[in-house]
Design a protein around this ligand. Sequence first.
Ligand SMILES: [Mg+2]
Length: 395
Amino acid sequence: MERVIFLVDMNAFFIGCETVRDPSLKGIPAAVAGDPKNRSGIILAANYEARSFGVRTTMTIYEALRLCPGLRLVPPDHEYYEQVSNKIMKVLSSYTPVMEQNSIDEAWLDMTGCEPLFGKPLEAARRIMDDLYGNYGLMCSIGISENKFLAKMASEMKKPMGITELWKIDIPHKLWPMPVDKMYGIGRQTTVKLNGLGIETIGQLAHFSESLLVERFGKYGLEMHRLANGIDDSPVRPHGETEIKSISRSTTLSEDITDIEYAKRVLLSLADEVGMAARRHDKKGNTVHITLKYSDFKTITRQMKVAPTCLTRDIYEAGRRLLEANWDKRLPVRLLGIGLSGFEAGAQISIFEDLAGYRDDREEILERTADKIRHKHGRSVLKPASLLQKNDIKQ
Ligand SMILES: [Mg+2]
């Protein structure tokens, strides 16, 4: 079944919230601004009346008042916006349980299969918009497509109170003419680099050589190219469901062991499973722990901090050091485990991160490629033996 994904984005959210509790702001130019008394403070959100005077977010108050002398300024109240946001998210999740909040004022909804309940996508979107405006006095824009990226792009196309469909067939005339800096996930620095390659529009990016992009940007080059072509398989992930706290693997040995070299080989194989799982879930952890259960059933756990990683090599390396520091050949070991934890909140390796922040992840590309091969041909095809040899030589 083709997916139906909505991105619901609240329009001018902060000032919208303020207008709900102070209706006198309605219909006049108004903005939420950090410290309105200080003219060097900045505009955090301007309503559409203010925007028609040219008032924009991040502009200084001084500049905004020059453009629009009658501008009403309201100090921010983030706690209140948070409360309104929670209420809105609750409303949205009543339309589908598969909802992923993307920021304080927007969320993706997976509306696949909801037609019998709410009608065609356009009707369902209209219903959601009416619900939010009629019952809560808040305006929104809704993008409709078959994936998250296109839905997000669509939601930006008509504001305020716009509903935009952006299906695959619409890509050439709706998406491709847009300047590349309007593409979701592309930041200023990346734009400069893309412009340097002669890429000005999303269409030019879509038609640019994939291999050159990979050469220049690593795996993000590939992601950008896919997105520009409207390809995005990432699922709408309801929060909570994906909150993985740690990934660990352990094994009971066929016999109690005292040989550390053997223990290292086992550890490597377990570290590889942990790394594969971390990469599959796009999780990077900053803590590696090992578990040792001795033949007398006494169990110890030891852990150490590492730079956030999802690489088998890093996980194994930390595990090996812990193992060496805690190995006692007088104590036979019957169970060995290794795990990765300390996943930063929101530190998923998102394709939607500002791509400017990319780093040269050759090692990661290598391990991910190996994952794919193993996924296709079975795990035994590629064993990370080279890692073990490398470490063996080092000792
Ligand atoms: Mg938004």
